[in-house]
Design a protein. Structure first.
Length: 383
């Protein structure tokens, strides 16, 4: 048996034991409740017998014990009725007894708690005792609910702790893998830079080395991105329009002419605290996601707007669109509509925008068969 299988088996054993303990506690509580309920019914039957004795007493009848039984009931509310007339009552406020509407409502409540006791107090004459649960019994009745709620909260806390620990472990693993990837890419990248320098000394077309240098710069950017995962990025004051345009134009030159790109932004610079490397990664993820949604053919529009405090970057495609119920789940790790892929692009984009840049990202609008618009909102420097 593997370690993960042993862990799962242990987890299910613990859950089963907890379930059995909870069941036993609830069953015991229910049993106690029924025992106390039966005991209270016996007390009320004694109360009835005491009432009968007192009503029918003459000068030779010893009523000391019946009176003691009658007076000792200080916790169970009860009303003895003769048709619609109150004969006697115990532990019931006068405001209820003196108001017929309130009294009828109270009687219905007592009937819902216990079966009334009808008794013959004289030959052929009957009265009915309506009684409710004592304060102790009512507390015991709600005890299982309170206990179940406490247990549920404890389970929720344990589950949340387990999920947080698991997520933290996964984050450390992904960060470690990303940094290791950046380190591994760095070695052949250094070698490629050396080979480019050698090519420049040879009699070859200079444009070849220029293009190779562009791709090397791209690899250096990718390495820089991966090295930043798991670390707090350094933010600086940059022109958001220029940084967005640079990333957008780089991607435009690398994709098929079947995608019609358009870029619209203010002519003036808009300054904001961003990390250029991570910001370009955000634009790249959204553009690639849009092109995938269009299956490599369609129109892709990027528009930058601003208000008093924010810069808003809208990326609109003419792709397949997404349903409204997926507007939030699309940013969750592992969510993907593609047959291949890990579903980490939009999740990573959300993290870069919201956790690293204190911004917001959302699906602004989408329509099935017509396309989707994503919106990034970043804080800008107020002049």
């Amino acid at each position: 048996m593997s370690f993960s299988e042993r862990t799962n088996t242990t987890r299910w054993i613990i859950i089963s034991v907890c379930f059995i303990i909870i069941s036993l506690i609830l069953w015991n509580t229910y049993t106690f409740f029924q025992i106390f309920k039966n005991e209270e019914r016996l007390k009320m039957k004694l109360f009835v017998n005491a009432q009968i004795t007192i009503v029918n007493a003459d000068e030779n009848t010893d009523v000391e014990l019946p009176l003691q039984i009658f007076n000792n009931n200080t916790s169970i509310p009860g009303i003895i009725m003769l048709y619609d007339k109150v004969v006697s009552a115990k532990n019931v406020p006068d405001e209820i007894l003196n108001d017929q509407k309130k009294r009828n409502a109270f009687l219905n409540k007592l009937k819902s708690e216990n079966e009334p006791i009808t008794f013959e107090y004289a030959p052929g004459k009957y009265q009915t005792l309506y009684y409710g649960n004592s304060e102790l019994l009512n507390k015991l009745k709600y005890y299982p609910i309170a206990l179940a709620l406490i247990i549920f909260l404890c389970i929720a806390l344990i589950y949340n702790f387990y999920q947080s620990t698991k997520m933290a472990t996964q984050n450390k693993l992904w960060a470690g893998m990303a940094k290791e990837t950046a380190h591994q890419i760095g070695t052949p990248l250094s070698s490629l830079i050396g080979w480019v320098e050698i090519l420049k000394t040879e009699e070859i077309d200079p444009s070849i080395s220029v293009e190779i240098e562009k791709d090397i710069e791209r690899l250096q950017t990718i390495t820089d991105r991966f090295s930043k995962i798991g670390s707090i990025p350094v933010l600086g004051l940059h022109d958001i329009v220029e940084e967005t345009k640079n990333a957008y134009e780089y991607l435009q030159s690398r994709f098929s002419k079947q995608v019609a790109f358009s870029f619209k932004a203010p002519e003036t610079a808009i300054l904001g605290m961003i990390n250029p490397t991570l910001h370009s990664w955000t634009i790249e993820n959204l553009v690639k996601n849009a092109i995938d949604a269009m299956k490599g053919k369609g129109t892709l529009d990027l528009q930058i707007e601003q208000d008093a405090h924010h810069v808003k970057i809208n990326i609109k495609d003419s792709g397949t669109g997404i349903s409204k119920k997926q507007f939030k789940t699309i940013f969750e790790p592992g969510f993907t509509t593609k047959k291949r892929g890990w579903g980490l692009g939009l999740s990573l984009t959300k993290r870069i925008v919201e956790e690293y840049h204190n911004g917001k990202i959302k699906v602004l609008s989408s329509e099935i068969g017509k396309g989707t618009t994503f919106q990034i909102s970043l804080n800008k420097k107020v002049q």
